[in-house]
Design a protein around this ligand. Sequence first.
Ligand code: TRP
Length: 330
Amino acid sequence: MNGSKVGRVFSGARPTGRQHLGNYLGAIRNYVALQDEYECVYCIVDLHALTTIETTENLRENIHEMALDFLAAGIRPEESIIFIQSHVPQVTELHTILSMVTPLGKLTDLPTFKEKVRQNPNNVNYGLVGYPVLMTADIVLYKTNVVPVGIDQAPHIEFAREVVRSFNYRFNTNVLIEPEMKNTEVPKVIGIDGKDKMSKSLDNHIEIADTPEETLARVMQMVTDPQRIRRSDPGNPDVCNVFSMHKIFSSPDEIAMVDVECRRAGIGCVDCKQLFAKNLNKRLAPFRQRRAEIEKDPNHVQDVLKDGARRARMIATQTIAEVREAVGLY
Ligand code: TRP
C-alpha cells in the first residue's frame, strides 16, 4: 500500500452508461474526493449487471461512457485503479469459495433480494441470489478497508462482514479483512418530474455530459411548485425541486434572491430555471471540457481500463493464493 494513504477504498458501480446529476452528487463526487486520503479501487461491475439486464446490446457502450465520465470527473488513473469486474476472473473463484460459508437463507432474507424478486418475478436466477456473495468477493479480493456506498447498500456490507467472519473462523485464518461502510448518501436527488429519485430508467434525469443547450432544455422541463400556475402566482420554494437544485449549484446570494422573489412572484419559473441552468452549465464546464479532451484519443479509455485490470489482477492473485492456502486446496 502507498505509504501516504490511510487505507484502501473499493467501490463497485453498475455500468449504466452516461452518468446523471444523481450519480454525480451521490457517488462520483465522493469517489474523486476519496482519492486524496485513500488508495482507491473503482470497479465497473459488468457481471453484477448480468443478473438483471435483458440484453447486453449496450453493455460495452455503457461501460465506455461511464468510464469516460469517471475520468473526466477527476478519477486519476495513475493513482487509482479503475477497471472492469470481469477482467479479473479471480473474483468468480473467490465467489465460489465464499458461497460455501454462506447460508442460503441469509441471501433469500435480504431486503435487497426480496425487492428484486418483486420487481422481476420472472427472472429470479441463481446469480441474482448470489449477488451479495459476488459483491463480498469484490470487496475482500482487494483487501478493502472502506466501502463508500449509499444507505441502500448497508445490508450488503453487513452481509459481507458476516461472510468474512464465517470464513476466517471456519478456516482459522485472518486473510480476509472485514470492510467498514462509509455512507456517502447526499440528500435524495429528485428527477425533473419533481417526484421520483433521478434515474435513467424513469427518464427524469439530466446527463452531466450533455451540451449546455441540452441541459437548458432539460431544466426547462422541470416540474416546479404545482400550486404556482400563473406567472403572477406567488410560489413556494420549499416544495420546488428547482429550488433544491439552486441550493446545490447557486451562490448564497442567488439562493436568497430566489427564495424571496419566488414567494412574492418577483421572478417567474422560467427566470428561475434559466438561472439554475446557467449555474449548472458553469459548474459542469470543466468536466465537459476534460471529457472532450479525453475523447480526442479514441484508445484512452480502453488503455486505462486495461492497465487498471492489470494492477487489480496483481492484488487479486496474491489474495487468491492466500485464500487457497487457508482453505487447504491442493
Ligand atoms: N451492489 C452495488 C450497487 O448496486 C454495486 C456493487 C457491486 C458494489 N460490487 C460492489 C458496491 C462492491 C460496493 C462494493 O450499487
